[in-house]
Design a protein around this ligand. Structure first.
Ligand SMILES: *[C@@H]1O[C@H](CO)[C@@H](O)[C@H](O)[C@H]1NC(C)=O
Ligand SMILES: *[C@@H]1O[C@H](CO)[C@@H](O)[C@H](O)[C@H]1NC(C)=O
Ligand SMILES: *[C@@H]1O[C@H](CO)[C@@H](O)[C@H](O)[C@H]1NC(C)=O
Ligand SMILES: *[C@@H]1O[C@H](CO)[C@@H](O)[C@H](O)[C@H]1NC(C)=O
Ligand SMILES: *[C@@H]1O[C@H](CO)[C@@H](O)[C@H](O)[C@H]1NC(C)=O
Ligand SMILES: *[C@@H]1O[C@H](CO)[C@@H](O)[C@H](O)[C@H]1NC(C)=O
Ligand SMILES: *[C@@H]1O[C@H](CO)[C@@H](O)[C@H](O)[C@H]1NC(C)=O
Ligand SMILES: *[C@@H]1O[C@H](CO)[C@@H](O)[C@H](O)[C@H]1NC(C)=O
Ligand SMILES: *[C@@H]1O[C@H](CO)[C@@H](O)[C@H](O)[C@H]1NC(C)=O
Ligand SMILES: *[C@@H]1O[C@H](CO)[C@@H](O)[C@H](O)[C@H]1NC(C)=O
Ligand SMILES: *[C@@H]1O[C@H](CO)[C@@H](O)[C@H](O)[C@H]1NC(C)=O
Length: 571
């Protein structure tokens, strides 16, 4: 018998299987054989295909070797040694995470100030990184930046639905020195009791800490890049602006910022106006019923959202200043909340951070952004906290229920405040968006951009083009994966490389501002489409001229520069 029956032969020992077949053959006539042959063509087991992918769930190949360790470190000194993290001491890790430093430093020049920020600093061995440092901040307000470190772009990741931490092939530390900071005070591991009233307070805390950090690690004059997502879209322009205002390049030499899926404007523009267009766009995966869709569209019209959205996403340049978005607090106009409920009835696991999630919730070490918060809270472990020099803390990745801003954030949205001037003063600002984000919408950011004036003009003068593609390099692992899958290579390693390649989104740059969209990313771009996020960091750091650049990652060589998939690797 030939390959057509592989799927039934596999559970049987070969000899028994052969005699079983022979017995059948002896017993049946040629008509039946013909029928069997026809069957193999017409109804092959669908599981044959799936079986090829089983290899993917092998345990990761773990190694005790440090993936990115320097032989000698410029950063290990008598002053910094108390922050040095033992790279092989993290519980549940079966590999050495390499060189890093963690701990807390005060937010002021007073070394006994109890108000401190906790940081985790990862030096890069990339020679191009020698005089630069990149900050990563999560938002909230009240979210710990360990979320980004642990699930998005850190040197190791432990993502939703995976059962062990792994070394991250798309770690931003491959490109640059990275620091993750819990801020403002009382977020994550950062101890202290002062609260903040506005973004000026946030920026002052940050600058105080930053001076201490630069002094401790002797980083004076380093270029500073600030990146983050969500509510960090409010923090970062204020922090960057506060730094640039000092003119002090010894500490605050800000050279670029990137804010992804950012909170930069009022909810009316960011959420309520774009939600119904996004719902229609993704109706085939969200699946609300037709009666509901007709009703919600009518409400979007009568509340004024449709006209507002359609006008300001299609006029380039805009015909004038954009009015404040329609008032969503009017009865019947809180469309987002209504849609959320309807989506939840249809899909009880609807995840606003990634609209294509379905049940069941994935188990998650942080309980976020997969919303199936379970018993797991890795960073609340006493043994983990000891390794990373965190003060003993009831650790929550987000919030912990207390209010950082007791009277709300009194600052205006960053796009109506310092963001345009940060663009002007860096000529290097990126606003990124995952299109599968159902919390903050790309079109909300676009309308907001159209209302900003920088370098003398309002908004983008040309419409972002659907054909200006964000190119993500093909890479060796994709070829290997294809080989394993197609040839069912025995004992092939499980793949832990989750980056796709080719055209992954679009980009548009005018006057120092780049707007990028990533097709398959949710709210956290590096988490869902790490190759696109890595590429954007390469652009921010000036390593590639633009996001259409076709070529390898600057840190990898191969020959996968085309727009078609790589040839299979031959053994
Ligand atoms: C660092 O500490 C060691 C041991 O305490 C000491 O011998 C050495 O002089 C110190 N180095 C500097 C540069 O202070
Ligand atoms: C680092 O941690 C490992 C594992 O706990 C331990 O064996 C080793 O002694 C530690 N190294 C140092 C320098 O403390
Ligand atoms: C430094 O902070 C400590 C603790 O809050 C306080 O007691 C001390 O007065 C402060 N020193 C100065 C110079 O402000
Ligand atoms: C920074 O430089 C600008 C432009 O030269 C100047 O207007 C401003 O006063 C300076 N700020 C500080 C804090 O020195
Ligand atoms: C964004 O706005 C454009 C222009 O109005 C529209 O064509 C597109 O469908 C919108 N996208 C989403 C996801 O709503
Ligand atoms: C546009 O900017 C003006 C001036 O800051 C502001 O009043 C208005 O609310 C903004 N509109 C939007 C949609 O951002
Ligand atoms: C359609 O969806 C709405 C919103 O969830 C719900 O109230 C209504 O019952 C649904 N209609 C049907 C027939 O399921
Ligand atoms: C953290 O762990 C402590 C026990 O060590 C527990 O009392 C506390 O509830 C936990 N906090 C969180 C946020 O999980
Ligand atoms: C930004 O670009 C403008 C226009 O090219 C230029 O005049 C300005 O000097 C640049 N500023 C910085 C900080 O690079
Ligand atoms: C990052 O560095 C690791 C270790 O050197 C390497 O295996 C990986 O290919 C690098 N990733 C990229 C995108 O360059
Ligand atoms: C890329 O292709 C060229 C020409 O085929 C070959 O000489 C070179 O070794 C290849 N480079 C890598 C890294 O595979």
């Amino acid at each position: 018998m030939n390959g057509g029956f592989d799927f039934i032969s596999s559970p049987l020992p070969k000899s028994r299987n052969q005699s079983f077949c022979q017995a059948i053959m002896r017993a049946v006539n040629s008509l039946l054989l013909l029928l069997a042959a026809a069957l193999t063509v017409a109804v092959e087991s669908p599981h044959n295909k799936a079986a090829k992918y089983v290899k993917r769930s092998n345990p990761p190949v773990l190694t005790k070797d440090a993936p990115r360790k320097r032989d000698t470190s410029q950063f290990l000194t008598n002053t910094t040694s108390k922050f040095a993290v033992n790279g092989s001491a993290l519980p549940e890790f079966d590999f050495n995470i390499g060189e890093s430093y963690a701990g807390t430093l005060p937010i002021s020049a007073n070394s006994s100030d109890p108000n401190q920020l906790w940081f985790w600093f990862f030096p890069s061995s990339n020679p191009l990184a020698s005089k630069e440092i990149t900050i990563w901040l999560n938002g909230g307000p009240g979210c710990s930046s360990l979320d980004g470190l642990f699930q998005e772009n850190g040197p190791f990741i432990w993502q939703s639905g995976t059962y062990a931490p792994i070394s991250n092939p798309y770690s931003w530390t491959n490109l640059t020195n990275m620091i993750y900071i819990d801020q403002p005070v009382s977020t994550g591991f950062s101890p202290g009791n002062i609260l903040v009233n506005n973004e000026h307070d946030v920026a002052e805390q940050f600058k105080g800490f930053w001076k201490n950090f630069f002094d401790t690690f002797s980083l004076h004059g380093y270029k500073v890049y600030i990146t983050g997502e969500s509510y960090a879209g409010q923090y970062i322009p204020y922090i960057a602006s506060g730094m640039l205002d000092t003119n002090d390049t010894k500490y605050f030499n800000v050279k670029g910022v990137q804010i992804n899926d950012p909170s930069i404007n009022e909810d009316s523009t960011m959420i309520y106006a774009p939600v119904v267009p996004a719902l229609k766009y993704y109706q085939n995966v969200i699946g609300l019923n037709e009666t509901y869709m007709a009703g919600i569209e009518a409400r979007a019209q009568s509340c004024g959202f449709t006209a507002f959205h359609d006008k300001w996403t299609s006029e380039f340049p805009p015909s004038g200043p954009i009015p404040t978005g329609p008032d969503w607090t009017v009865t019947g106009c809180d469309l987002y909340d209504d849609i959320y409920n309807a989506a939840y009835y249809v899909n009880p696991c609807f995840n606003i951070y990634h609209l294509t999630d379905y049940c069941p919730f994935l188990w998650d070490e942080l309980g976020f952004p997969s919303l199936g918060a379970g018993p797991n809270n890795y960073f609340n472990r006493t043994d983990v906290q000891a390794v990373i020099h965190a003060p003993p803390t009831d650790y929550y990745v987000c919030g912990g229920g207390h209010n950082l801003f007791p009277h709300g954030d009194q600052s205006v949205p960053s796009a109506l405040g310092p963001l345009p001037s940060v663009i002007e003063r860096t000529n290097n600002t990126i606003i990124g968006h995952g299109l599968l984000d159902f919390l903050l919408f790309a079109n909300g950011s676009l309308i907001t951009i159209q209302n900003m004036t920088w370098h003398g003009l309002q908004g983008f003068q040309r419409a972002p083009s659907h054909s200006q593609n964000l190119y993500v390099p093909y890479h060796q692992t994709l070829g290997e994966i294809l080989d394993y899958v197609n040839d069912a290579v025995p004992d092939s390693p499980a793949f832990t490389d989750t980056a796709g390649a080719g055209y992954q989104g679009t980009w548009h740059t005018e006057r120092g501002l780049t707007f990028v969209t990533v097709n398959l990313a949710g709210h956290e771009i590096p988490q869902y489409v790490p190759g696109a996020a890595y590429r954007q960091l390469e652009f921010l750091l000036g390593r590639i001229p633009d996001l259409s650049t076709q070529g390898d990652y600057t840190t990898q060589t191969g020959n996968f520069t085309g727009t078609t998939p790589p040839l299979k690797k031959r053994w």
